[in-house]
Design a protein around this ligand. Sequence first.
Ligand code: SAH
Ligand code: F3S
Length: 454
Amino acid sequence: MNRVYIKTYGCQMNERDSDAVAAMLRNRGYRIVSDEAECDIMLLNTCSVRDAAEQKAIGKAGHVGKRRRKQPDLVIGILGCMAQNRGAELLDSLPDVDLIVGTQKFHQVPDYLDNIRAARDAGVPLGESIVDIDEEEDSQNTIRDHLETETAQISAFVSIQQGCNMDCHFCIVPKTRGDERSRPMEDIVAECRNLAAKGVREITLLGQIVTSYGRRDYVHTNGVSPFVQLIEKVHEIDGIERIRFTSPHPRGFKQDLVEAYGRLPKLCEYVHLPMQSGSNRILKAMNRPYSRERYREIVDALRTVRPDMYFSTDIIVGFPGESDEDFEQTRQLFEACNYDMAYIFKYSIRSGTVAADLGDQISEEVKEHRNQVLLEILRKNSGARNESLVGTVQEVLVEGPDKKGLHFTGRTRGNRVAIFDADPRLVGHFVPMHVDRATVSSLYGSLVLSGVEN
Ligand code: SAH
Ligand code: F3S
């Protein structure tokens, strides 16, 4: 009765949290299963950023609730952002849920499950569901070294910070993830060292606004921000060959970070730089503290330091009041920045945010149209970038077999997915790959094996 299935919705932070919960549960003797039909405990780690994400998880929980008729002992838990955002109110529509645990209480999940199971084993009726969405002092430190590497892990996410205080007017994250808190630098570096010793070669530093890392806890030294100091420290670790981070904020791209791309070779030439809108009027209404001109300046500065820089972004189309003219500004800036990847979202009302109370909501039809316009530009630009790589040799980090087990996959430094044939012994190695052909999303190639040690 200890088989747990965890389903994760949303961002990489949620993936990271689910991995940590899984590791804690394994340490307690639970088994993590990959087939949901075989579980005794179903945990949904949820996302609240858009309504669609919440509806998906609610639909799933309702569906799983029905399974209880056939499997009365099934335990159902809702974790993470939607648990935090909606709390006990979820029980009104989902009475079968046993456990609701917010974003600062993941580390309590094993205890709660132990209690629920002990009560069941003793034949005690459960009674009330458990709801814990309180704040936790120092919760940025409760989730960390719990990751264990069952299968050799090559690329790892390391949480450096939790929460966000930016108050972008569309965004629910400050409510679901709480105040911005940074982990101590030495803890993060120790975790990275530990991961490197276990074979990890690539680290992605994770947080809601990583460029603000440590701003309350550390000082700038010689004009270098605490975030860049952290990157420098991770850069010194033997074995770690690639460093990435997500998500930064444009306001964090000062000279020190731009220059870091010129002097720190392990820092991959791939930047996720959320634009949200290319209209100064809308950026202001969103409470995003930069202009389209400043945004463009950052992109140009980064391309000057690294001409081969890859860019991705987040865009919201259909923010309240977004006129055709505003969207045209976004379209132009989007085209000019020549993104390799972009996450384009249709604005979704999040109750409790400032934008939820604005009038002038945009129709679904218009949002959909604007979405398609940007997707088409993305397809064109991303396709052209991949096409330009055909015939070149790119360094790939070999991650493992693809889903079908026919080929191997890896990523280039520019975060392009690469597909090739390889020997299992090459997993975890950096190998040059000749790009034979390309699609919009992937590069297909052959490894150049001369000179590579096995
Ligand atoms: N700093 C965070 C942002 C979290 S939200 C990060 O780690 O990425 C991720 C993206 O979702 C935002 O950049 C924004 O583009 C989009 N988003 C946030 N709130 C939204 C809303 N109400 N409607 C549509 N998209 C939204
Ligand atoms: Fe959300 Fe803005 Fe923070 S998008 S996570 S409030 S930087």
